[in-house]
Design a protein around this ligand. Structure first.
Ligand SMILES: Cc1cc2nc3c(=O)[nH]c(=O)nc-3n(C[C@H](O)[C@H](O)[C@H](O)COP(=O)(O)OP(=O)(O)OC[C@H]3O[C@@H](n4cnc5c(N)ncnc54)[C@H](O)[C@@H]3O)c2cc1C
Length: 248
């Protein structure tokens, strides 16, 4: 089975500063087909670079692909998106998604930081279940999440591990989705598996970025790992653990 992802040339049509740390880019991409999975992501290669970074498809309508890019202290895409990138040509890879609602799910709980907001917003907009969101976001983002979502805004000092450990879990079946810094996510995955003993089908916890002081994490495309893992019958949790390993 080929694990090469299809690539598309794309052009930046618009750039909009949604908040101090969040920039919306609208791209024109011919031939792009969304998977419809609400946390689907693409790889993005910006001009003059060969390394890939991964971004959630915030929306895809009428040939326009929208990505909401977090700008943090320093970074390859951060620096590019912070400048005037309108008109630039970039490469995006074919989309892949990981969100997989189990049969009979009656609710959704979503937890994440600013990088997870695009996926949490799209999930909350498109999945017709009662949804609660815990968002660790420093910027004000009024209206970013749909009004029907019940949202708890967390402070910078809140530990996501503590927040998850303190969650009240409904007795009915549902789905827990979370993304954020990789080491935090690894610990939370362990907690859900070992302490809460949730079946792997009941949650999806993804390391979206790695805090690194000494060196950059290796840029590893989650697409092939995801496809290979699925072909081997691995659970999403096992696949995301493999992705973490590949980047260390
Ligand atoms: C499936 C998937 C979906 C994603 N969706 C989105 C999305 O929709 N929007 C989005 O903005 N990001 C998203 N991310 C996260 C994004 O790919 C990373 O944050 C990426 O490292 C940013 O690239 P960069 O070039 O700006 O920084 P890099 O060059 O990768 O990193 C430079 C430095 O910044 C640090 N760093 C990286 N990301 C962050 C951060 N978020 N906060 C603080 N420090 C950081 C690194 O540790 C490193 O030291 C997603 C990741 C995955 C795997």
């Amino acid at each position: 089975m080929s694990t090469r992802a299809q690539q598309y040339g794309a052009q930046v049509l618009r750039r909009e500063q949604l908040s101090p740390h969040l920039i919306r880019l609208a791209l024109a991409v011919d031939g792009f087909v969304s998977t419809g999975v609400p946390d689907e992501w693409v790889g993005l290669v910006v001009p003059g670079q060969f390394q890939v970074r991964y971004y959630t498809v915030r929306s895809h309508t009428d040939g326009e692909l929208v990505l909401d890019v977090v700008v943090h202290e320093v970074g390859l895409v951060t620096e590019w998106a912070s400048g005037d990138c309108v008109g630039d040509t970039v490469v995006v890879t074919e989309p892949k998604g990981s969100f997989e609602l189990p049969a009979g799910a009656e609710w959704l709980m979503l937890v994440g930081d600013l990088t997870a907001m695009p996926a949490m917003a799209r999930i909350a907009e498109t999945v017709d279940l009662p949804v609660r969101v815990w968002a660790q976001v420093a910027d004000d983002l009024p209206g970013y999440l749909p009004a029907r979502a019940e949202v708890a805004w967390l402070g910078d000092d809140d530990s996501l591990a503590d927040v998850v450990a303190a969650l009240g879990w409904p007795d009915t079946p549902g789905y827990f989705w979370m993304a954020g810094e990789s080491a935090d996510m690894r610990a939370i995955r362990k907690h859900l598996m070992r302490d809460r003993r949730l079946p792997a089908t009941a949650y999806d916890v993804m390391g979206y970025w790695r805090a690194s002081s000494a060196r950059q994490p290796r840029a590893v495309d989650p697409g092939p790992i995801y496809r290979e893992g699925k072909a081997q019958g691995l659970s999403d949790e096992e696949i995301w653990a493999k992705y973490d390993e590949a980047r260390s």
